[in-house]
Write a protein that binds this ligand. Sequence first.
Ligand SMILES: [Zn+2]
Ligand SMILES: [Zn+2]
Length: 479
Amino acid sequence: MDRKEFLKSAALGVCAASAMGNLKLEAAEIRPAAGPANGAASKKIRCEKIIFPVGREVEVRMGVPDGFLNSKKLSILCAGDDGGFFDAGGEPYLKEKKTIPFRVSGSVLSMRLKFPREQRYTFLLYNREISDIRRSNYSFAARVYALDADLYALTPFKCDFHMHSTGSDGRETPEEAGIKCLEVGLDYQSLSDHSNYSSSCGLAEKFRKFPLSMNAYFGEEIHKSEAHILSLGARGGVTDFINSNKSDFDASAKKYAESLGGTLNATERQIVSHAMAEVDVVRKLGGRPVFAHPYWRLGAERIGGNFGMGINSYLSERTVDALFLKCQFDAVEAVNATTRDEQTDLMISALSDLRAQGKDYPIIGVSDAHHPDQHGKGFTVAFARSNSFEDIWESIMNRRNTAVDSPADGLAPVILGRRRFVRFTFFLLEEYFPTHDGLCSKQAGILSAMLQDENPDALMPKLKDSADAVKNLYSSLRF
Ligand SMILES: [Zn+2]
Ligand SMILES: [Zn+2]
């Protein structure tokens, strides 16, 4: 069989397999292989389940192309990202290439095996009649992930806590921003308009009438000084509260300014003391304070430098350090996709400096979208029991999350967080979120039609089915 013929039969095989019952398989896709095929091109196939528990005997099923199934010389290797090849019992082997025993029924291939530890595994299928593992142009790769029990029990939720609508300086109405969030695959979102809590409440209330997979909740971005702070999940508006209790707020900020002593200049002291007083108000209203974009650039004259127009500076490093250490923030934005230029790099180094001083901040990733095209460029993946605010925040406080900076221009995303969750997020971005986001986007289309329709109830069953497809997706991909 020549290459052209083989590819044709391979494509047909995948199509035939994808038509079978509950086994959902994507069309084979050529991509550079990682792992065993070492630089050669291999085609991607999809397993029926992609998430497995560590240490239990499980069955892995996949549909494979005819050209492979009819071969008497089909071999399957299983390689972990961490530590090379494993056999079906989960024992590592390095020199000898052991094939994993498998069965074929119809066009489905199945094997029983035990994954020895938490990581990504790649199955490499190759037909020894036509391929050679060392220079394999004719191989298929399928990827799965095995998880320890604690993470296996949770679901990954894509969240964005920071964005703007016409409730402040954003271009979209709250409703348009909310629909866009669903379209880009968010499971949780909050508007955080400047000094405006009510737009997030209005959107949450409106969306609560629909059986959506996405949870829309409360947020606000506050800035009584040049430091910007998110108030998330509060019972009320922080800016409104400060404005109606101005003398108490000023007295509190003054007290904090005095406590800061002489290491900061007057401007720096003003910024830090106001932020400290604002954080107190966020907590008083039951909210979670987050240090927003610590490294954004603002006009130098606005932070006391008075260097004239056109010069954009960060808050001084002393100010940022004091904000990190003196304010009791719950978390910091490690990724803010709108102030991207140097923010992510500086935040990585700031977090490592802080850790050296014994301060281990929880992190989030956000879009800070002001524009329809900016949604989904920065987000948080939280590994949580549900997408309620409480469960999402519990996971962030326990550092069971990643912050993702996801540029649109085809560059690889930057993923921050604990290594365990970063590794799993890489896998999810490749193998899970594209399907998840596609289903969310369908749901957004139905919701959008309903919001414009005079008789939206007719579409309600369709919306519910579409939302259930998202809600059930992760568990249906888990063994
Ligand atoms: Zn801001
Ligand atoms: Zn903002």
